[in-house]
Design a protein around this ligand. Structure first.
Ligand code: NDP
Length: 253
């Protein structure tokens, strides 16, 4: 493993890779030597543009975008099969795709609840299930699940999202214990407030208030999260498993 290319030769699958945190993970994994297949849902043009750019920058590596609705078991299976086929080997799975549908619980409709649970939590099952045996049989690999500070601490207006992201942490800890003996690590990364389309939807006055709660008074960048994800994906983190690590600039300390 070259020091500057800790993911050289690794096959890496990232969901929600078309923008935001997922796109930063795709970009950094390629820069660290990985072959990457990434999922997108609605942003086909953005996904293709990112893949074209990264293939030009890394002509000897794979960078393949595939459409998938992560909440759909059949689509997830098709995505997994094709991704494995394109990569030839799987070493790293990053379950990153997610959505918010914020509303105070008294006003939350069933569709909002369902969308959030299906995309953020059901996807842990739909995407990880078909990819587990290849990792277990190989007896090496890393699964990194993107949770949230909301799942660790609870945030008003985000009951569904907090529940889903807390579920991601429970899933992570249980699976880490199930497959630790097979040489596969499973960790959760819990971002706080990160500059992406997701937080761009927060009204300006609320965003300013939230920034005032962060010691550094600023949202993080997608790269701040991607660095931890790629570290957890590498052999350098081989003795770290079952953890939920927050990247929040000290939002809650
Ligand atoms: P963005 O909204 O910027 O991007 C979301 C990504 O998920 C896109 O690639 C999108 O695809 C994909 N996606 C959304 N729904 C689906 C679906 N049903 N099936 C497949 N793919 C889907 O989000 P962020 O980058 O901000 O967030 C990434 C992860 O980090 C999420 O899990 C989020 O909950 C979590 N997080 C984010 C925080 C933040 O402050 N930004 C804080 C804490 C956690 P497409 O572009 O094609 O629509």
């Amino acid at each position: 493993m070259a020091d500057d290319l800790p993911l050289a030769g690794r096959g890496c699958i990232v969901t929600g890779g078309s923008r935001g945190i997922g796109a930063a993970v795709v970009r950094l994994a390629l820069a660290q030597g990985a072959d990457v297949v990434f999922g997108y849902h609605s942003e086909e043009e953005r996904a293709r543009a990112l893949a074209d750019e990264l293939r030009s920058a890394h002509p000897d590596q794979h960078c393949v975008p595939l459409r998938v609705q992560v909440a759909d078991t059949t689509q997830a299976e098709g995505f997994a099969t094709t991704a494995l086929d394109r990569l030839g080997r799987l070493d790293v799975l990053v379950n990153n795709a997610g959505v918010t549908r914020d509303a105070v619980f008294a006003r939350m409709g069933p569709q909002q609840w369902h969308d959030v649970i299906a995309t953020n939590l059901d996807s842990m099952y739909t995407i990880t299930k078909p990819l587990l045996m290849p990792l277990v049989k190989q007896r090496s690999g890393a699964i990194i699940n993107i949770s949230s500070s909301s799942g660790l601490h609870g945030i008003p207006g985000q009951t569904a999202y907090s529940a889903a992201k807390a579920g991601v942490i429970g899933f992570t800890k249980a699976l880490a214990k199930e497959i630790g003996a097979r040489g596969v690590t499973v960790n959760a990364v819990a971002p706080g407030l990160i500059d992406t389309d997701m937080t761009a939807a927060i009204p300006q006055d609320k965003a300013e208030f939230l920034k005032s709660l962060i010691p550094g008074q600023a949202f993080g960048s997608p790269e701040d999260v991607a660095h931890l994800v790629c570290f957890l994906a590498s052999d350098r983190a081989r003795y770290i498993t079952g953890q939920a690590i927050e990247v929040s600039g000290g939002l809650v300390v």
